[in-house]
Design a binder for this molecule. Structure first.
Ligand code: HEC
Length: 230
């Protein structure tokens, strides 16, 4: 038994000695490098010259607006919908311009209307199709009174059974959607005082003209309201 064991161990020991034996010895020859493994690549080192560019530098300046990894200001009210103290942002940080509303309308109709309905009345196809989901209408008093930040937060993180859309919808677009939801709410809850006098006159004129025409079915409350949001 002892004999056989040493017969196995001896060649092993020899092999190990051959592989490690050169440690500490100096050689003028380049090391043997059988597997290159992409160890040698064509590349420019930092600060190296590169005649390809007019300024001769290999280093390029980052594109304007570049944010270094980890340096994104992620805790601003714009990003989270909450003030520094934790309270929900009351008023949309985006200005309520026509462009913002049109963008919000476009995104809302893509991402939210399937459930919440084009008019925000929760009559989207997913809700009416008998799938067992129930979304609230935006036209109830609680949601009329809710902060803009609440809508932003729900759109970002979800709410009970509703999934969040932070991964699909960029921050500014989520605020644009909030602005548009406010317009939808207004569209079902407008007060006379919300309109300038000339528009009131126009509306009343139109109403009497329509009545004279005789075939005036009341326009459906759920008609998409956005085209008239200015
Ligand atoms: C897949 C269907 C679906 C989509 C799409 C959807 N929601 Fe919802 N949403 C729901 C459901 C369901 C609820 C009610 C959740 C609950 O209370 O269980 C809800 C609730 C809400 C609420 C009310 C929260 C509260 O205070 O009660 C808001 C606001 C809201 N969603 C905004 C949005 C916005 C904005 C979008 C588009 C970015 C969106 N939702 C897309 C299904 C959806």
């Amino acid at each position: 038994m002892t004999l056989r064991l040493s017969a196995v161990l001896a060649p092993l020991a020899l092999g190990a000695a051959l592989l490690t034996g050169c440690r500490g010895m100096v050689s003028e020859k380049p090391p043997i490098h059988p597997n290159l493994n992409m160890d040698f690549q064509e590349k420019f080192e930092p600060q190296e010259a590169n005649p390809f560019f007019a300024d001769g530098r290999a280093n390029r300046t980052p594109v304007a607006g570049t944010v270094a990894r980890g340096l994104m200001p992620e805790n601003t009210p714009f990003q989270t919908g909450r003030e520094a103290g934790g309270a929900l942002v009351r008023t949309n940080p985006l200005p309520t311009t026509r462009d913002v509303l049109l963008r919000g309308q476009n995104r809302y109709n893509i991402y939210c209307a399937v459930c919440h309905g084009k008019a925000g009345d929760a009559k989207g196809v997913v809700m009416t199709g008998g799938y067992g989901w129930v979304a609230p209408s935006y036209h109830d008093d609680r949601l009329r009174a809710a902060e803009d930040g609440h809508f932003f937060e729900v759109a970002s993180n979800g709410w009970n059974t509703m999934p969040g859309y932070a991964a699909q919808i960029p921050v500014a677009d989520r605020w644009a959607i909030v602005a548009y939801i406010r317009a939808l709410q207004k569209s079902q809850n407008a007060q006379r005082g919300d309109l300038p006098a000339d528009v009131i006159a126009q509306v009343e004129q139109g109403a009497s003209a329509n009545m004279a025409g005789g075939n005036r079915a009341a326009s459906p409350a759920s008609a998409p309201a956005a085209d008239s949001t200015r």
